[in-house]
Design a binder for this molecule. Structure first.
Ligand code: ISE
Length: 349
């Protein structure tokens, strides 16, 4: 079978990383087209990839006959148009979160895909492919903790881009715990409340950081998340699941543990390891697994019409609905119910 020919749209840090992984670590695929709103940036990326061209209009890149499938790493506000173009051309797409930036357009995308009777859209919630999250999910599904009851999550970033405001902490950072909750518990989130503790004096003026998010699921399970994105330290993402018969904790970054004298001197024993500097390092392997599984699913999708192996358009819509309620709670301080249509009201979703 010939290699899947992929267009990568958006080659900032994340998209350029994806071009690199598709070109060096993923089998069965090659990048034939890149696009970016900064043409020079796209040209610099294409120059390193044999057989890769720049197409300056994103919709032309999607339509190009030399493209079988698309990776979207473009800014969120452009996603709805680009996703609809992928659906119009029947091209499978791996879309970095968010699916789209508002609930209505996310629902529109879900409906349009369902009308086609094919599953073409995968959403880039990479944590589902991380080995520790996968292990936790397998233990949970095997009943190792009895009935799952609670999740305690920590999501800390050393810093965020200057464009980040308080609502981005919900839409760009908390969105991962929203997806993790739905993935681990296999149920929808029905309400959310954002608490606003005293802010970090080191955070940029006007940003509510840290935040505490309290989620409640359809069966009444409780999830709490500490979001703190200006720690100045390193990247820390931890999840503790508490169940009826036990608990498990992942994301401890326990690398090298060293005991004994250091530097040849006695009496100066050390213990501990490195903390991951950023999400690209922490989840690098998860991204590789995600991309390999997506490429394999797309290459074998024609018979079944399913070109997805992972979170789908519905998961992107559900995350958008929870985050919209989260932004509302950030404003009001109240608990806000999540507004979603029933999944079975959209046949095929
Ligand atoms: C970023 O976009 C990510 O997806 C990271 O995983 C998350 O930790 C960070 O807060 C986001 O800004």
């Amino acid at each position: 079978m010939s290699d899947l020919r992929i267009a990568v749209l958006g080659v900032g840090i994340m998209g350029a990383d994806h071009v690199d992984r598709l070109s060096s670590r993923i089998s069965g695929a090659r990048v034939t087209v890149v696009n970016d709103f900064l043409t020079e940036r796209a040209e610099a990326v294409a120059a390193d990839i044999p057989g890769c061209r720049v197409i300056s209009d994103p919709l032309d890149a999607i339509a190009d006959p030399d493209v079988d499938a698309v990776v979207l790493a473009t800014p969120g506000p452009t996603h709805d148009k680009q996703l609809l173009a992928c659906l119009d051309h029947g091209k499978p797409v791996l879309c970095e979160k968010p699916l789209t930036t508002d609930v209505e357009s996310s629902l529109e995308v879900v409906k349009r895909e369902a009308e086609l009777g094919k599953r073409l859209i995968q959403v880039g919630f990479m944590r589902r492919f991380d080995e520790e999250y996968s292990q936790l999910k397998s233990l949970l599904d095997a009943g190792e903790f009895g009935t799952p009851l609670l999740l305690h999550c920590v999501h800390r970033n050393p810093a965020v881009p200057p464009s980040f405001d308080s609502s981005m902490i919900v839409k760009d950072s908390l969105v991962h715990e929203v997806d993790v909750t739905r993935f681990l518990f296999d149920e929808e989130i029905t309400s959310i409340q954002i608490l606003k503790p005293a802010t970090n004096p080191g955070a940029p003026e006007g940003i509510q950081d840290p935040q505490i998010a309290i989620l409640r699921t359809a069966s009444g399970k409780h999830v709490d998340v500490e979001l703190f994105v200006t720690t100045g330290v390193a990247y820390e993402v931890r999840t503790e699941l508490v169940g009826e018969t036990g608990s498990a904790l992942i994301g401890l970054d326990i690398g090298l543990i060293r005991k004994g004298a250091s530097h040849g001197r006695s009496g100066s024993a050390t213990w501990g390891g490195q903390i991951t500097p950023g999400f690209r390092e922490r989840f690098g392997r998860a991204y590789d697994i995600e991309f390999q599984r997506w490429v394999d699913a797309v290459r074998s999708g024609a018979d079944s019409g399913n070109y997805v192996d992972g979170p789908a358009a519905w998961d992107g819509y559900a995350a958008a609905a929870v985050c919209a309620a989260g932004v509302e709670s950030l404003r009001s301080g109240e608990r806000v119910d999540v507004q979603m249509v029933a999944r079975d009201s959209i046949p095929g979703a």
